[in-house]
Design a protein around this ligand. Structure first.
Ligand SMILES: [Zn+2]
Length: 214
């Protein structure tokens, strides 16, 4: 029963990609930690299909040993999902080609602490992973480097990633990242925005931590 719910949850959020073109047409992918026949792994959206047309049958299981479910093709970007599950305790990964995350990923090498909500990522800035071919192991390595100590990063000339304890948490963070990228883009059109200091950001991080525990 729980397994069916997880599949339905992925489909629900993939349909949300289409709303307001958050991640348009066939772009972006979502995965969630999953156990199949005793094997640990994750369920991920398939390769090359329109998000709006996906059903639970299209989802693909990939084990933590990188075995792919027979007769199915996972999203070409499954490698960084696997590496994120191997290297962190997250339960869900959202990767989106959301408009302002794409724009900022093409313009900047980092989104600095121009707004205190950057701390939602768990860090003091949003890093932009170095460009490499989509789906490549090199790109996955670059992403892991940029996500050390953070729940999010942009990918150069590509888009964004957010992870979370649950899919709803990861998706909400992806929405926050998109908003922050939009604010940063418009700030930069005017001039360089004011930047919060390291100390100010640390205070925010401490307060968010306390808030989560309460
Ligand atoms: Zn992508």
């Amino acid at each position: 029963m729980l397994k069916i719910n997880k599949k339905k949850e992925i489909i629900k959020y993939l349909k949300l990609f289409v709303i307001d073109s958050f991640s348009p047409i066939r772009s972006g992918n979502i995965s969630i930690k999953y156990k199949l026949k005793g094997k640990e792994g994750f369920l991920i959206s398939p390769s090359g299909k329109k998000n709006i047309e996906l059903t639970t049958k299209d989802l693909v299981f990939v084990s933590m040993q990188a075995d792919i479910e027979k007769n199915k093709i996972p999203s070409s970007e499954w490698r960084f999902h696997l590496d994120l599950y191997r290297s962190s305790k997250c339960n869900a990964v959202v990767h989106a080609h959301s408009k302002f995350s794409v724009i900022c990923s093409c313009l900047y090498n980092v989104i600095p602490s121009f707004h205190y909500m950057i701390a939602l990522t768990g860090g003091k800035e949003i890093k932009v992973a170095k460009y490499s071919l989509f789906g490549s192991q090199k790109l996955s390595n670059n992403i892991l480097t940029s996500m050390k100590g953070s729940k999010s990063c942009l990918i150069s000339n590509h888009g964004q990633i957010a992870i979370g304890d649950s899919l709803s948490e990861a998706f909400e963070l992806a929405q926050e990242i998109e908003l922050l990228c939009e604010y940063y883009y418009y700030c930069k059109l005017q001039k360089n925005p004011k930047i919060l200091s390291n100390k100010e950001m640390q205070q925010v991080l401490n307060k968010i931590e306390r808030y989560k525990r309460s």
